[in-house]
Design a protein around this ligand. Sequence first.
Ligand code: ZN
Length: 435
Amino acid sequence: MMLHLAEHVHTLNAIWRNPHASRATLDEFRNRKLRRLAAHAHKNVTHYRQLFDSARIRTGDVQNVQHLERLPLTSKDDLRLRPLQEILSAGTDPATLVTHMTSGSSGKPFTVHRSRLEERLINLFRLRALGQAGRRVSDRIARIGEVPLGGHRRGRADRLRRALKIYRDYHIDCFQSAESIAAELEALNPDMINGYPSALGYVASRRELLARVHPRLVVTGGELLSAPVRGEIERAFGVSPIDFYGAHEFNLIAWECPAQGVYHVCDDNVIVELLREGKPAAEGETGEVVVTGLHTYTMPFIRYRTGDIATRGSDSCACGQPYSTLLEIQGRVVDYFRFAGNRRIHPYEITGPLIESESEWVFQHQIVQESEDAVRLKVAPRRQPGPHEMDRLQKLGRDKLGPQVRFTVELVDSFPLVAGRKFSPYPNADYDGSH
Ligand SMILES: [Zn+2]
């Protein structure tokens, strides 16, 4: 098995310098990494060898990022259907690898494998972004998330970190009541709080419980952060959350620029393409997020369809760092609702105006197509809506769906979190990125 040690050392040397480098230097770095990755995958990974050969790609055809579009796309299902040996670098012993299960939201488990070295290397990009967001070595960090049965196992490294008072983190179970989460937060008095937007939004909606919780920093990630939830978190904790966008396959993909309110693409960890019907989206346009991980040779991801959609921002950030930007991450590619007579309506046609004009009272929403002629909108309100507000919602749905479709608006107290699943406003959506 090849360790690609020299390449990783080269990356390690660049990680802390890249945010201060010129775009030309960063491009040179990306071209070098992509060239080596593509050559490696072509030679050593059966899936990519067969894929590239069938597209008549020759070794050496990919010299720089502009050549990437010559390569075919890969989806999660393409990889899931292959035996493990065909998606791992030849000669790799799976027993030596770190694994991440991505069963979370897809319901179709897929396990990502990396070498320990790759795991640590790409995690440095996340640590770098957290440092930019303002995390300090001495911070006490509360992680609100799923706590495995019996609690997290604490290793020697954890005990050492706590003894030295560096990078101390504490896990809080997000499936408790808001009262319990708030009580744990108050007892812990964390400098930083980290968690899913839905979990932080859930406790933040009970602002009165959090009067004595004053973190310096709130970091969200793992699912879509909507504007109303962002506002709720901001009001409850007194700081604006900084959102991280990542995936098990890559670790960090993008993080919010603390200065500008856009996302920096982690251009030295991944190549992000935003595609609209196969063509690159222009600035301001949305596209499907297709990602290439530059440092993972063990199980390469090249032009991998994430199934997420995002809006392309400018190619450089006004803050001066050399990273390209995303204006917004909309989350999963959402399917159209389909009705009799081949009629289809995109759920955004209803939820878009809803977010636009009703977010003053709508805290969270979920829209489900229940049958060929029925759609239900569930709304967790911030406060009891007036009759005219309910009428407006009814009218919005009726106008978009037409008289043939029964449209129901249901008020709910909250959307309970379900273990192992992320919250989605669009539960009908295909969560596999395969469509
Ligand atoms: Zn920036």
